[in-house]
Every structure is written in structure tokens, then in C-alpha cells.
Design a protein around this ligand. Structure first.
Ligand code: PHE
Length: 344
């Protein structure tokens, strides 16, 4: 009996020793210490033993039981520790890996230039006015003294949706809309930024869609010298204190007289170079005194009020300011290009 018990202990301890998973230990526990296990069986058969042997065998069986239990528990914690170690090794974070870069968005160069232009004119007392990109023929042309079939419409050939509705070719219609809404009140002192559309070839300096900022100032006694003063201030703030401007006679149906405005070449400062085609001047915008008919149609008596207007292409200003040689860079959104203009 005693030998049998000792052999059982030996077997059980070897199995505990060889166990590699918690499941193996559970099997040993059931096999040796369970209700149907050999030790329980021995204890059950004690009745047949001589009386003096019973306490000895009983004691031995109990000792073996607790020895096996102790071995099981020890092995259990050993396996648990090993498993934890393996898990930690596997899930270890490699803190030496470089982090994934967090990229922040940035203002698009055109938006940045619009912000700059807006800030300059707001500083001069102008308010910002916006209007629809899909516009009525009346506001885009007729109210600007460009009746149907007027040859000057050719300069701004456009995308028509119906005979009466088109994608606006300039932001001048916003000026008309604003005057109408103000019902004869003065001063009207606004700038109108926004997208415009023309049927144009797409090349390095032309695009079928671009951005404009136009300005309008209507009040009593507004003169051409106000126009010149405002635009000179703008040129200096945008391109530098030493900027000069010059006005050249021109034609627009909605202004009379009209003038193209040049700034002194930002590259050669007037000496003459390739960029200014050796003239020392670069054209940046169109302007003029608001045509009496335009004032009249919008409800302002041209005998009492006068005004000036101007319009510039945002891309052109941005190209000059940053030395960009192709307008298409602004639209293709190549990160290598865009990133050069990031402002914080
Ligand atoms: N609307 C004109 C254009 O888009 C620009 C302009 C505005 C000219 C105001 C004169 C006065 O070509």
C-alpha cells in the first residue's frame, strides 16, 4: 500500500514537472486528486487494513495529497509568470521607432494673398461684400453698361447656363447688387473677393477659373485722385514702401475715364528686365470712375454722386508677390509647392 502511494506521488510529480500549459496541470489535478482518483481510492479502501496501519497510511496519503497540491500550485504560478513574460515580450513597444508625423493644414497661398489684400483695404475703411458665382446676365453685363450684343462682351466670353444665366466673369455684379441693396445710401465702400469664370485657354498665365478682388467707392465728390491715392497705398503695403504706380488710359464699358494701373517692376525696380518686358512697369489691375449710367441704373444720381472702381486678379498678385511662374501651380495642389507658403 505504502509503495503504491509513493509510486503514485512519483508519477504525479513527474507529470507536474513536464507540464507546459495550465491545462496539463488541471489534468493532473483531476487525475490524481479528483474524487475518482487513485488516492481517494486508497483512502476508501482503508477499512480492509489492519488497525495499526490505518493512521500511518492515512497520514501518508494526506501528505502525498498536499505535496502534489503544493507542486501543482508552484508550477501554476511558474507557468503564469512565463506566460506574462512572453506576452510582455511580444507586446513590447519599440520606443526607438520614429513617430508618425502629424501634418497640419495650412492656408492656401491664394487664400493667404486674399487675406492680405482684404486686410489692407479694411484698414482703408472698405467692407467685404460677396455675391453669387452663378449670376444673371443683367448683373454681370447689362447693369454694367454692357447691353446684349455689345462688342465689349467679347473680352469676357463666358459659360452660359441659359441665355439669361451664366457663371460670372468678374465680381463687378456684386458691386451692382450692393448698390441696389443700399438704396441710395452713401458711402458705398466695398471690396468683392471671389471666383470668376471665363472661356479662356488654360496656359501659364490664363485659367478658365480664377479669383478676383474688385473694389468700389461711391460717395459725394469721389475723384480720380482718391482712386490713385488708395491704389498707391495698396501697392506700397502689398509690394513694399518704395513702390510707385502709374495709370494708363484704357477702356471699360462700366468706367469713364478708365485706366490700367501698373506698379514699378518688383524685380528690377524700374530699370527694365525680362519680367517687365524692359518697360520697368507691370500691369496689375483695371480701374476707372464709375460710369454715370452704371450709377443711375443702381439708383444713384450721377449728378450728386461719383465713384471709382477697380478690379484685380488674385493669382496675378500672388504670382508677382511670390515669383510664381505658372498659374496652374495654384490649382494642382502639389504639396511641394503649397508647403512653401505655410503660415503659422
Ligand atoms: N471688371 C473688370 C474685369 O474683370 C475689372 C475692372 C473693375 C475694371 C472695375 C475697371 C473697374 O476685367
Amino acid at each position: 500500500m505504502k509503495d503504491k502511494l509513493l509510486a503514485l506521488k512519483e508519477d504525479a510529480l513527474t507529470k507536474v514537472d513536464n507540464a507546459t500549459e495550465p491545462k496539463d496541470l488541471q489534468n493532473v489535478r483531476v487525475e490524481y486528486l479528483g474524487k475518482k482518483g487513485p488516492i481517494t481510492e486508497v483512502l476508501r479502501g482503508m477499512g480492509q487494513l489492519p488497525a495499526e496501519e490505518r493512521p500511518v497510511i492515512g497520514q501518508l496519503a494526506n501528505d502525498i495529497r498536499s505535496d502534489i497540491e503544493a507542486a501543482l500550485q508552484e508550477k501554476e504560478s511558474e507557468l503564469a509568470a512565463k506566460q506574462l513574460e512572453a506576452q510582455l515580450a511580444e507586446e513590447k513597444i519599440d520606443v526607438t521607432l520614429p513617430g508618425r508625423p502629424v501634418t497640419t493644414g495650412a492656408t492656401h497661398p491664394l487664400s493667404a494673398v486674399i487675406d492680405d489684400i482684404e486686410n489692407i483695404f479694411m484698414g482703408l475703411g472698405f467692407k467685404i461684400a460677396e455675391g453669387p458665382e452663378v449670376e444673371q446676365d443683367y448683373y454681370n453685363f447689362e447693369a454694367l453698361n454692357l447691353p446684349k450684343n455689345h462688342p465689349a462682351r467679347d473680352m469676357q466670353d463666358s459659360f452660359y447656363i441659359t441665355d439669361e444665366i451664366l457663371l460670372r466673369t468678374h465680381t463687378s455684379p456684386v458691386q451692382v447688387r450692393t448698390m441696389e441693396a443700399m438704396k441710395g445710401e452713401v458711402p458705398v465702400k466695398i471690396i468683392c473677393p471671389g471666383k470668376v469664370f471665363r472661356r479662356d485657354d488654360d496656359d501659364a498665365t490664363h485659367s478658365h477659373q480664377f479669383m478676383q478682388i474688385e473694389g468700389l467707392y461711391v460717395d459725394r465728390g469721389v475723384s480720380m485722385s482718391d482712386l490713385k491715392g488708395i491704389l498707391l497705398t495698396f501697392a506700397k503695403e502689398m509690394f513694399g514702401e518704395d513702390q510707385q504706380i502709374r495709370l494708363r488710359p484704357s477702356f471699360f464699358p462700366f468706367t469713364e475715364p478708365s485706366a490700367e494701373v501698373d506698379i514699378s517692376c518688383i524685380l528690377c525696380h524700374g530699370e527694365g528686365c525680362r519680367v517687365c518686358k524692359h518697360t520697368g512697369w507691370i500691369e496689375i489691375l483695371g480701374s476707372g470712375m464709375v460710369h454715370p449710367r452704371v450709377l443711375e441704373m443702381a439708383g444713384y444720381d450721377p449728378k450728386e454722386y461719383s465713384g471709382f472702381a477697380f478690379g484685380m486678379g488674385v493669382e496675378r498678385i500672388a504670382m508677382l508677390k511670390y515669383g510664381v511662374d505658372d498659374i496652374r501651380h495654384f490649382y494642382t495642389n502639389d504639396q511641394r509647392f503649397i508647403k512653401q507658403f505655410q503660415r503659422l
